[in-house]
Design a binder for this molecule. Structure first.
Ligand code: ADP
Ligand code: MG
Ligand code: MG
Length: 250
C-alpha cells in the first residue's frame, strides 16, 4: 500500500499562479479521474508533481508515503515510484525505444537489467498493447502516430511498474480500438501496489478504467469530488452547472 498526498498545492508558471491550492489523496488500488475545462491546470498539476523546472511550487506539500516529493529531483521522484504519461510525448531521435526503456528501468530500479529477461518482458508488454514488432528498434517516438505515442507511454508504464501514475489525456488521439487496448492494459495494472490519476476530457476511457473517485478541477482548484455520477453529468451538461451549483465564477 502506498499513498500520494497533496496538500494546498500552489504553483506558478512565469509568475502567474495556475494552481491555487490543490488537495488530493490517492492510495494504491484507487483510480482518480480529474476532469475540467481546458486551461484549468490539470497538466500543470502533473508537471509540478514530476518536478518540471518551469513550474514553481510556492505553497503546499506533496508526499509519496514518507518521501517529500518537492524536495526531490525528477529522477528521484521516479525512483520513489511516481510516473507521468505525458499529454504530448516527445520524440528522441538517435535513442531506440528498447535502449531508452532498459536505461530507464535500470535508473528507476537501481539495478542492472539482464538483456534477455528485459527483452522478453518488453516484447510481452508490447504485444499486450498490440504494438508493431519493429518497435524496440525504432527511435523513441520518432515518426510515431499520436496513438502509437500514447501506447508507448503505457508500455513504459507497464515496464517500470510505478506505485502511482499520472496519465495525462492518454485517450486523446486514440481510436476506439486503441482506447480499449490502452484502457484494459491500465485497468489490469490496478492493484494494492498501483493506483493512478487519470486526467481526461472524455467519459469514454472511463468505461475501461473505472474511477473510484472523480474530481472536477476549475481555475486551479479541485472544486467538486464524487463518484462516476459526476462523469455522466459532465458528459451531458458540460461544466456550466458546476458554476451555478457552487456559485463560483471561472
Ligand atoms: P489543462 O491541462 O487543464 O488544460 P494547463 O495546466 O495545461 O491546463 O494550463 C493551465 C494554464 O497554465 C493555462 O493558462 C496555460 O496557458 C498555462 N500554462 C501551462 N503550461 C505553461 C507553460 N509551460 N508556459 C506558460 N504557460 C503555461
Ligand atoms: Mg492556500
Ligand atoms: Mg492538459
Amino acid at each position: 500500500m502506498s499513498k500520494l498526498e497533496i496538500k494546498d498545492l500552489h504553483v506558478k508558471i512565469e509568475n502567474k499562479e495556475i494552481l491555487k491550492g490543490v488537495n488530493l489523496v490517492v492510495n494504491t488500488g484507487e483510480v482518480h479521474a480529474i476532469m475540467g475545462p481546458n486551461g484549468t491546470g490539470k497538466s500543470t498539476l502533473a508537471s509540478a508533481l514530476m518536478g518540471h523546472p518551469k513550474y514553481e511550487v510556492t505553497e503546499g506539500t506533496a508526499h509519496l508515503d514518507n518521501d517529500d516529493l518537492l524536495e526531490m529531483e525528477v529522477d528521484e521522484r521516479a525512483r520513489a515510484g511516481l510516473f507521468l504519461a505525458m499529454q504530448y510525448p516527445a520524440e528522441v531521435p538517435g535513442v531506440t525505444n528498447s535502449d531508452f526503456m532498459r536505461q530507464a528501468l535500470k535508473s528507476v530500479s537501481g539495478k542492472d537489467v539482464p538483456l534477455i529477461s528485459f527483452i522478453l518482458k518488453y516484447e510481452k508488454n508490447a504485444e499486450e498493447l498490440k504494438m508493431r514488432k519493429d518497435l524496440p528498434h525504432r527511435y523513441l517516438n520518432e515518426g510515431f502516430s499520436g496513438g502509437e505515442r500514447k501506447r508507448n507511454e503505457i508500455l513504459q508504464l507497464k515496464t517500470l511498474k510505478p506505485k502511482i501514475a499520472i496519465l495525462d489525456e492518454i485517450d486523446s488521439g486514440l481510436d476506439i480500438d486503441a482506447l480499449k487496448i490502452v484502457g484494459e492494459n491500465v485497468n489490469d495494472m490496478i492493484s494494492k501496489d498501483f493506483g493512478c490519476i487519470l486526467i481526461t476530457h472524455y467519459q469514454r476511457i472511463l468505461d475501461y478504467i473505472k474511477p473510484t473517485h472523480v474530481h472536477i478541477m476549475i481555475n486551479g482548484k479541485i472544486v467538486l469530488t464524487g463518484g462516476k455520477e459526476l462523469i455522466e453529468k459532465i458528459d451531458a451538461n458540460g461544466y456550466e452547472w458546476v458554476k451555478e451549483e457552487l456559485g463560483i465564477e471561472f
